[in-house]
Design a protein around this ligand. Structure first.
Ligand SMILES: NC(=O)c1ccc[n+]([C@@H]2O[C@H](COP(=O)([O-])OP(=O)(O)OC[C@H]3O[C@@H](n4cnc5c(N)ncnc54)[C@H](O)[C@@H]3O)[C@@H](O)[C@H]2O)c1
Length: 355
């Protein structure tokens, strides 16, 4: 099988995970790396794809005919301009989360990719983690019965140095802060499971990082349109940092994914496959609770492989940007709620959200 050529845009901290996933993929090949910081691009290519072409200009990489998919791994506030340029050049796009810093930008990107007829997927890769796939399938099959609660608990730790590594990591307008940068994955998981939100209430605090002007702690309540409530506790202030827990409780069964494995998988009516399902995932796999770079590459690889399959089959990717837009709206509503000290009813008016 001919592998699809991937061009990596951004060769910083998390790009190694993407490059590793592409290297392990039987369907994708890293043919180009672009970064304004040439040393970063060179270092990434040397480690993962010595044959890859190196660029410091995105426009130049877009001209490279071997590049069919642009894999965007730049800071959060820079995603939009690159997605728009990639679409205009007729390239498929996989972009890191959050899609953008506003719904208006997100809509522009979705529309541009739709018009250009290119795929546009987002790396909220936790959706594809093995235990989560079992939870989603059981939910869609009605196995939980009436869903009563969904919660996300992210008690992580990031030292002051983490926020000082790059300027964007401590600037809210650039997409820093525990809500949009870290908890986004788990806001997204709850939205993935429950659908769009009706109301959001959030409180944000800085508990342990006086050197930055950002929230390092989020406590939020989401009332989903289906009436189910979900609570999110998320922090990067809580040393030493633990694995994330995603909990779903229903009238007929409950499940807890902790890190990359199951903590609980229990239904009133046990099925023969349940014991195998309980053993799925990897309980030894670090999931960034205390180390920002300690993440599995399998989930990214799933998204990358799926994108190639989607291109070949002419179908939608597994996590299209349009499916992540409601998660971004919830995150933005959280910032509004904290600012206004009141519950926010969706849809939001995002004007002035980052002022
Ligand atoms: N999915 C996940 O689990 C996960 C984990 C960590 C980070 N992320 C996301 O990945 C993205 C990158 O995060 P990071 O920690 O690697 O950031 P980083 O700052 O370490 O790396 C970003 C890279 O982009 C480059 N860059 C900046 N502007 C550029 C431009 N105009 N043209 C080309 N290159 C440019 C920088 O030189 C740097 O090498 C962010 O969107 C972040 O939210 C996702």
């Amino acid at each position: 099988m001919n592998k699809k050529g991937f061009g990596m845009l951004g060769a910083g901290m998390i790009s190694g995970l993407h490059a590793d996933a592409i290297r392990k993929s039987a369907k994708a090949e890293l043919v180009a790396v672009c970064d304004v910081n040439e040393a970063n691009a060179r270092k990434l290519a040397e480690k993962f794809a010595p044959e890859a072409a190196l660029y410091t200009s995105f426009e130049e990489m877009l001209k490279d005919k071997r590049v069919e998919v642009i894999n965007i791994v730049t800071p959060n506030h820079l995603h939009t301009e690159f997605v728009l340029k990639a679409a205009a050049a007729g390239k498929h796009v996989l972009c890191e989360k959050p899609p953008a810093m506003s719904l208006a930008e997100t809509d522009r990107m979705i529309e541009a990719c739709r018009k250009a007829g290119v795929k546009f997927g987002i790396f909220v890769q936790c959706r594809m983690r093995e235990p989560m796939r079992f939870i989603k399938a059981a939910l869609d099959g009605g196995r939980f019965g009436k869903v009563l609660r969904v919660d996300a608990v992210m008690k992580w730790f990031r030292p002051a140095d983490y926020y000082k590594m790059d300027a964007w990591r401590s600037n809210r307008k650039y997409g820093a802060g525990v809500t949009i940068q870290h908890a986004f994955h788990y806001i997204d998981l709850l939205q993935y499971l429950m659908g769009p939100a009706a109301n959001v209430y959030a409180e944000m605090r800085n508990l342990a990082h006086p050197e930055i002007k950002l929230e390092d702690t989020l406590d939020a309540e989401i009332t989903f349109a289906n009436g189910v409530k979900g609570f999110i506790q998320a922090s990067t202030a809580l040393w030493p940092g633990n694995d994330v827990r995603i909990e779903i409780y229903g009238s007929d069964g409950s499940a807890i994914m902790e890190g990359a494995a199951f903590k609980l998988w229990k239904f009133k009516e046990e099925r023969p496959e349940d014991e195998n399902i309980r053993q799925s995932g990897d309980a030894t796999q670090a999931t960034a609770g205390s180390d920002h770079a300690a993440l599995p590459s399998e989930d990214h690889q799933y998204v990358i492989d799926d994108c190639v399959d989607a291109i070949t089959a002419g179908r939608e990717v597994c996590i299209p940007c349009s499916a992540v837009r409601p998660s971004l709206e919830i995150a933005l509503a959280m910032y509004q709620s904290d600012k206004l000290k009141s519950e926010i009813t969706l849809p939001i008016n995002e004007k002035g959200i980052w002022d």
